[in-house]
Design a protein around this ligand. Structure first.
Ligand SMILES: [Zn+2]
Length: 227
């Protein structure tokens, strides 16, 4: 089989960045990873280790499923919503558009922020707000998503939105209006990606969740491939 990353191509030479290089947009996961206040922090217990004379190293983890970069399943925010294994897998692999929104900390991202940046036919949008800068230090004032933006994106064909914040709603929100809009328009959510230094533009997103039965979310290893 031809490996698309190495197969010879016609046309202009590809740059190093476009020659199959992956941009990792997942924060490193550890016990230091900030989780929603009150949620279950990540813990990995070492049961045995080769350094201690065991024949293998072996560990077990305990964690919220809303950890670092993660996909929310609709059941997380709505009665009767799909669980994770019921989510269409192709949501999580395919062309996407990275857009940056300046000055978003402490406010909602609106359709006006994305004007001219989301052409019709865009299926996946990755929104960089820079409003949750340190995945190991919780801040409450990260940007949220205006519920009306979700409908605006849906009319353009968007099926998945990824954000660089722990939630599409405000940290203190209990009625979760943005999540409700995502449910109403059947647009899926990835939260907690890291986008420092990622330029706006078109990429391929690869962010597959684990195949967890009945789950309301799963960590993902999210990467972008320049197109
Ligand atoms: Zn979540």
């Amino acid at each position: 089989m031809n490996d698309p990353a190495t197969a010879p191509r016609a046309g202009p030479a590809r740059t190093a960045a476009s020659a199959g290089t992956l941009i990792d947009i997942s924060p490193l996961v550890s016990a230091r990873t900030a989780v929603f206040p009150g949620d279950t922090a990540f813990e990995r217990r070492t049961l045995m280790h080769v350094d201690d004379g065991h024949h293998i190293s072996l560990s077990a983890i305990s964690t919220t499923v809303h950890l670092g970069a993660h996909a929310d399943a609709p059941i997380h925010y709505g009665k009767g919503g799909r669980t994770l294994e019921e989510q269409p897998l192709d949501l999580y692999v395919g062309p996407c558009r990275v857009v940056r929104v300046a000055g978003a900390r402490g406010r909602a991202v609106t359709a006006a922020d994305l004007a001219g940046k989301v052409p019709f036919g865009t299926e996946r949008v990755v929104i960089a707000t820079g409003s949750f800068p340190d995945p190991e230090r919780w801040n409450d004032d990260f940007a949220s998503i205006d519920p009306d933006l979700v409908g605006w994106l849906a009319t353009r064909g968007v099926r998945l939105v990824a954000v660089d914040t722990p939630s599409v709603d405000q940290a203190t929100s209990k009625d979760l209006p943005a999540h409700a809009a995502f449910l109403a328009h059947d647009v899926s959510i990835i939260e907690g990606v890291r986008l420092e230094g990622v330029a706006e533009g078109e990429y391929e997103l690869i962010a597959l969740p684990l195949h967890l039965e009945g789950a309301d979310a799963s960590p993902v290893r999210a990467v972008l491939r320049p197109r």
